[in-house]
Write a protein of this length. Structure first.
Length: 500
């Protein structure tokens, strides 16, 4: 019997009313295992209405109550991390260890939200004028929404809603329709932790649901993670309707390898950063820029390591990489490899013919490595979102930096070198929001914010960390003047001496 995933509105599961369902496949087998209900405009409105009603009391609740519930949620999340990881593997395809890592990174933001009282401390200046004090405080916005991608169905929502609800907002989540079950499990755990009905809601669907959230007058802010074209659309549409927007887009992350680098460490890093989670992550290293004569040696070391990666079902403990999310995505990724030679690339590894015995209908693709890639090649220009690594050759550090900065994307980048001076120059000269020095995937810890530059981010705020707190709150400045008690009217005795 096919499983059905429905909405979560007002603290309970709500059956889909549209009659429209989307298929959810097991990427390892290609079989449809689940149907997910697609919301109508009325169902999105019902979720927003539930959130709006809940905000009346939740927005006024004490910080102590909010964090108490989040602490209970954190304990439940920790206890259920294996169950959530299994849902992710079943619908996304990533191996269990990758899925567990995703939950662990989401837990970091829950940790941050549990200590939100420190983030929400205001500022006070006394005696700015005679008997005048000025205070700055931060208050919640109201109903906020999150629209999240398929590649991290648990982590990316947790980049958003813990901080949003900790700061007093209520939340409507529209997760990816390709792997929706993790979001519903999280909703159940929040309810078990004691979160009041309506504070967290989940609606599934397609463009109908997304557009209604972007247009709804009661939604005050929208957070998004996904591709650059959709991020641009989210930002433009939501901003036109007067909403705050943080829309994180695509990436083409480069790793610059200098001649003095530890090439074994660089090759290890390139393989794990390019092929981990089957390359389906916006922080994947998809372009290695080799400086000088190190290119041939580096490519050979990457090839040796890549050939040893075991590809198989995500629930097999021996698997190091799983399948891609859908057949259509697998075919699109493969097209970049099959067309690479005609565009001047040297195909060192071609993974397009890979299959797994017993799982022939799965969405399989092997690891591909392209060398001497020109910047004009589609494999370099586009965000492939699969296990394809491009190697580009340059003669100098300056040429490498110029190549990276010419990219329209500016999400993350890395440099591998033993030279501290070169690393310092790189972190100042490179045009990207996140930089790694001998660290291939520079995803910040929870108390620092995540976000890129250029076409990798639309909006003024990065996600989580201090930026997350500021995004989900608005500032208010209060100026006060009180008369001195000694100036009380005649006949009123407050116990203060009359000294003037």
């Amino acid at each position: 019997m096919t499983k059905i995933v429905n909405h979560w509105i007002g603290g309970k599961t709500v059956d889909g009313a549209s009659g429209t369902y989307g298929p959810v496949t097991d990427p390892a087998t290609g079989a449809v295992t689940t149907k997910v209900a697609f919301a109508t405009v009325d169902e999105v409105d019902a979720a927003v209405a539930a959130a709006k009603d809940a905000f009346v009391t939740w927005g006024q609740s004490s910080l102590a109550r909010r964090t108490e519930i989040l602490f209970r949620f954190r304990a439940l999340l920790d206890a259920n991390r294996d169950a959530i990881a299994e849902l992710i593997t079943a619908e996304h395809g990533k191996v269990h260890s990758d899925a567990l890592g995703e939950v662990a990174r989401g837990l970091e933001i829950v940790d941050l939200a549990c200590g939100i009282n420190v983030q929400l401390k205001g500022e006070l200046s006394t005696q700015v004028a005679s008997r005048v004090d000025v205070a700055s405080i931060r208050q919640p916005l109201g109903v906020v929404a999150g629209i999240t991608p398929f590649n991290f169905p648990a982590m990316v929502p947790m980049w958003m809603f813990p901080i949003a609800i900790a700061t007093g907002n209520t939340f409507v989540l529209k997760p990816s329709e390709k792997d929706p079950s993790a979001a519903l499990k999280i909703a159940e755990l929040l309810a078990e932790a004691g979160l009041p009905d309506g504070v967290f809601n989940v609606v599934h669907g397609d463009k109908v649901a997304v557009d209604r959230l972007l247009e709804h007058p009661d939604v005050k802010a929208v957070s998004f993670v996904g591709s650059t074209p959709i991020a641009r659309y989210i930002h433009t549409t939501a901003a036109a309707h007067g909403k705050r927007v943080q829309a994180l887009g695509g990436a083409k992350n480069h790793m610059l390898v200098l001649p003095d680098a530890d090439l074994d460490a660089a090759a290890d890093a390139a393989v794990s950063a390019a092929y981990g989670s089957a390359g389906e992550r916006c922080m994947a290293i998809s372009a290695v820029v080799a400086v000088g004569a190190v290119g041939d040696t580096l490519v050979e070391k990457i090839r040796e390591r890549a050939e040893k990666i075991k590809i198989g079902p995500g629930d097999d403990p021996a698997s190091e990489m799983g399948p891609l999310i859908t057949r259509a995505h697998r075919d699109k990724v493969a097209s970049y490899v099959t067309g690479a030679a005609a565009e001047g690339c040297e195909v060192v590894l071609d993974g397009t013919g890979h299959t797994v015995e017993g799982y022939e209908d799965g969405h399989w693709i092997g690891l591909s490595l392209l060398d001497k890639v020109p910047t004009s090649a589609a494999a370099y220009r586009d965000e492939i979102f699969g296990p394809v690594l491009c190697v580009l050759r340059v003669d100098t550090y300056e040429e490498g930096v110029a190549l990276i900065n010419a990219s329209p994307f500016g999400n993350g980048t890395a440099i591998f070198t033993r030279d501290g001076g070169a690393a310092r120059r790189f972190q100042l000269e490179i045009e990207a929001g996140m930089v790694g020095v001998n660290v291939p995937i520079p995803v910040p810890v929870g108390y620092h914010s995540f976000g890129g530059w250029k076409d990798s981010l639309f909006g003024d705020h990065h996600i989580y960390g201090n930026d997350g707190t500021h995004f989900y709150t608005r500032g208010k400045v209060v100026t006060t003047r009180w008369p001195d008690p000694a100036d009380a009217p005649a006949g009123v005795d407050l116990g203060f001496p009359r000294n003037h």
